[in-house]
Design a protein around this ligand. Structure first.
Ligand code: SAM
Length: 299
């Protein structure tokens, strides 16, 4: 890994860059997700030097800027005016202005506005410079204790249960770790839908209020996590990321499926045993049914 260290011996290394903030550039600046100390020095530098800052909620961002002693002008840029304002921002960039895009918290564009702006900036050949920092998804993943070699970001599941179940069912066979943003108002119902689709043993890391006073990080199988969240009102408040373990390797799952089937088939009819094992493991019904028949034939 290489890190660029300015050769300049200036005490404040940022001085060296003061003259180098590029004009006609769209900066995508990450801001903290709770702990204001998580702002980067480069973010402060860019935010205080650009011609103006496009922000999701100007009143909210004004508080951050005041805290940082920055008085750069703000321009509202959110999902309701995105279509109208994008063209104007692009024109300003092409006229030589430098603009920073920020969202209320974390990295812009990650479940936040900005995609249209960045995409069209590419179309118009405008230079784009990311100023990286915090992102709740990656922050949660780093602490989740689940596989990090391959993962997917799934954003917010749909609010309505029918659509949510369909959305989750499409992920039932996903082997990669999955990251979800969840509204605290829907945490229990979402966990229950996950249990129905992924099975009660699937491990999930619940990451709430990251970097804030009531930061809570807990990894449990879905059934236990639901009990824990239901038993403590505080766990249904604040901002939440769920990191869900991917479906286990077939070999490991087959052992589980076999174990459950053997116990259940000794007490219940095939159909009912299969239904329960599908619920518990998230395995496909046809596969479990086939295996149940094999076990029945062997016994
Ligand atoms: N752009 C942001 C980012 O980079 O993470 C995400 C914005 S999205 C509108 C807001 C969601 O991010 C919240 O509903 C929650 O799921 C997650 N989130 C943001 N801050 C968080 C925090 N401090 N702790 C846990 N989750 C957080």
């Amino acid at each position: 890994m290489s890190i660029e260290i300015p050769e300049d011996k200036a005490e404040d290394k940022h001085d060296q860059q003061k003259s180098s903030l590029a004009a006609a550039t769209l900066y995508l600046v990450a801001t903290p997700i709770g702990n204001l100390a998580d702002i980067t020095r480069r973010a402060v530098y860019v935010l205080s030097r650009v011609d103006f800052i496009a922000a999701e909620d100007t009143r909210h961002s004004q508080r951050l800027l005041a805290h940082l002693g920055i008085n750069t002008k703000l321009q509202a840029y959110h999902e309701h005016n995105e279509e109208r304002v994008t063209g104007r921002l692009l024109d300003e960039l092409q006229a030589g202005k430098s603009i920073a895009l920020i969202s209320d918290a974390g990295t812009p564009l990650i479940s936040d506005p900005g995609y249209r702006l960045v995409s069209q900036a590419h179309d118009r050949g405008i230079s784009i410079s990311p100023v990286p920092g915090v992102c709740a998804a990656i922050t949660a993943l780093s602490a989740a204790g689940l596989a990090t070699d391959a993962f997917t970001f799934e954003g917010f599941p749909p609010a309505k249960q029918g659509a949510r179940l369909q959305f989750l069912e499409q992920l039932a066979a996903q082997r990669r770790t999955m990251i979800f943003y969840i509204s605290c108002h829907r945490i229990v119902e979402t966990l229950k839908d996950m249990r129905a689709v992924f099975g009660e043993n699937r491990r999930v890391t619940y990451a709430r209020e990251l970097t804030k006073t009531f930061e809570t990080i807990k990894r449990l199988p879905l059934a236990d996590l639901i009990n824990w969240v239901e038993s403590d009102d505080n766990q249904r408040k604040g901002e939440i990321v769920l990191v869900v373990e991917g479906r286990l390797e077939v070999a490991a799952e087959n052992v589980l499926v076999d174990q459950y089937l053997k116990i259940l088939l000794a007490e219940l009819p095939v159909k009912q045993s299969v239904q329960l094992v599908v619920k518990m493991t998230g395995e496909h019904k046809n596969d479990v049914y086939k295996r149940a028949l094999e076990l029945k034939a062997d016994s």
